[in-house]
Design a protein around this ligand. Structure first.
Ligand SMILES: Nc1ncnc2c1ncn2[C@@H]1O[C@H](COP(=O)(O)OP(=O)(O)OP(=O)(O)O)[C@@H](O)[C@H]1O
Length: 331
């Protein structure tokens, strides 16, 4: 088995692995999803022959992502509806994933993501007790493969919450606050009002700022995905490119409402967009390094009373590490 490894480039994911095994001439591409096994990438892309076995594929991914011993992992074939895995079966080590994939029905790209049903391969932790080759159906709440990302993407739709307050059927202070409160309770801190983003400070960490999200929000129209600070950064960046004019993002709120953190995240996404795959080469650090000086000016302004508007933040090193670690470690 010869193994050629694609270069790890962010954000142009997924990682590409070329696996030549079994002497096959025709090669096919397999997308293997990683679920909760990785915070850095959603899936890896394997170019391989029809004869490559599930064992070969697992070895290649585990070796490439340095996940430890390949005996601890196996491949699962899943069937999902609206982003949720409803049934799953573990592949035999000798099964050929390309052959399995060739009998999956083709999903039309015209079917919007929320209504799509599809088959996928996942890399999963080996379960020695699980009978191989047998489909297991999941109750909705009992699904180990569903990731935070899936919940983030689909739960609001299923609970019929309004991600944009402009869509509220009855718009008054009560319905507006009730919608914000319900979303906040479900862990959704962001909500749109048209092109304005409301952020409710959670005072706790949510894993929604790692490279999966950076990548997901690139080149997407505002409102296409659930509300997120990265979507605002992306919209401003593309408006700048298209209109060839400087753009301004106004971040306003009470003291302690999270303006500094929002500014950090905006800059984080903007620097990712402008560096075309080479993260952390110093631009982000240089911009953020000016933070304490501007923050001082900001405090002078806000000490004169009223609400403050952020210019550029302080950016303590411990915060950068704890919030953005997976992103930084891919440099
Ligand atoms: N999106 C967020 N997720 C989790 N915690 C957050 C978030 N935004 C803010 N926080 C928490 O709230 C604290 C205060 O936020 P931040 O310093 O950004 O407020 P601020 O509006 O800039 O305040 P000030 O105007 O007084 O400078 C942060 O230290 C952080 O712990």
């Amino acid at each position: 088995m010869a193994l050629g490894l694609g270069r790890m480039t962010y954000p142009s994911l997924p990682i590409v692995i070329t696996l030549e095994s079994g002497g096959g001439v025709d090669t096919s591409v397999l997308h293997i999803y990683l679920g909760t096994l990785s915070t850095r990438t959603d899936s890896v892309c394997i170019r391989t022959s029809r004869n490559a076995t599930a064992e070969d594929v697992v070895k290649a991914i585990v070796y490439r992502l340095r996940l430890g011993h390949c005996e601890n992992y196996e491949l699962a074939e899943t069937f999902s509806t609206r982003g949720r895995v409803c049934k799953e079966r573990r592949l035999e080590a000798t099964e050929c994933p390309v052959r399995v994939q060739s009998i999956w029905p083709i999903v039309s790209p015209l079917i919007v993501e929320h209504h799509r049903t599809e088959y996928r391969f996942f890399l999963v932790k080996r379960d020695a007790d699980r009978q191989k080759g047998v489909w297991i159906e999941y109750a909705e709440s009992n699904n180990p493969l569903d990731s935070y990302l899936t919940a983030f993407m689909y739960d609001a739709i299923e609970r019929k919450e309004y991600t944009d307050l402009c869509n509220l059927p009855t718009l008054n202070e009560n319905t507006l606050l009730e919608n914000l409160r319900r979303r906040f309770k479900d862990g959704n801190i962001y909500t749109y009002v048209g092109s304005i983003l409301i952020s409710v400070n959670p005072f706790k960490f949510f894993p929604i700022y790692n490279p999966k999200y950076v990548k997901m929000y690139q080149n997407r129209r505002l409102g296409e995905l659930p509300p997120h600070i990265f979507a605002i950064a992306d919209a401003a960046y593309h408006a700048m490119l298209h209109k060839k004019k400087n753009q301004c993002v106004v971040i306003s709120g009470e003291s302690g409402s999270g303006k500094t953190e929002c500014t950090n995240l905006l800059l984080h996404h903007l620097s990712a967009l402008s560096q075309k795959g080479y993260y952390g080469n110093g631009i982000e650090q240089t911009i953020l390094g000016a933070g304490p000086v501007l923050e001082f000016g900001n405090h002078l302004a806000s000490s004169k009373g009223g609400r403050s508007v952020k210019l550029c933040p302080e950016f303590p090193a411990w915060k950068k590490r704890s919030w953005l670690e997976p992103y930084d470690t891919c440099v």
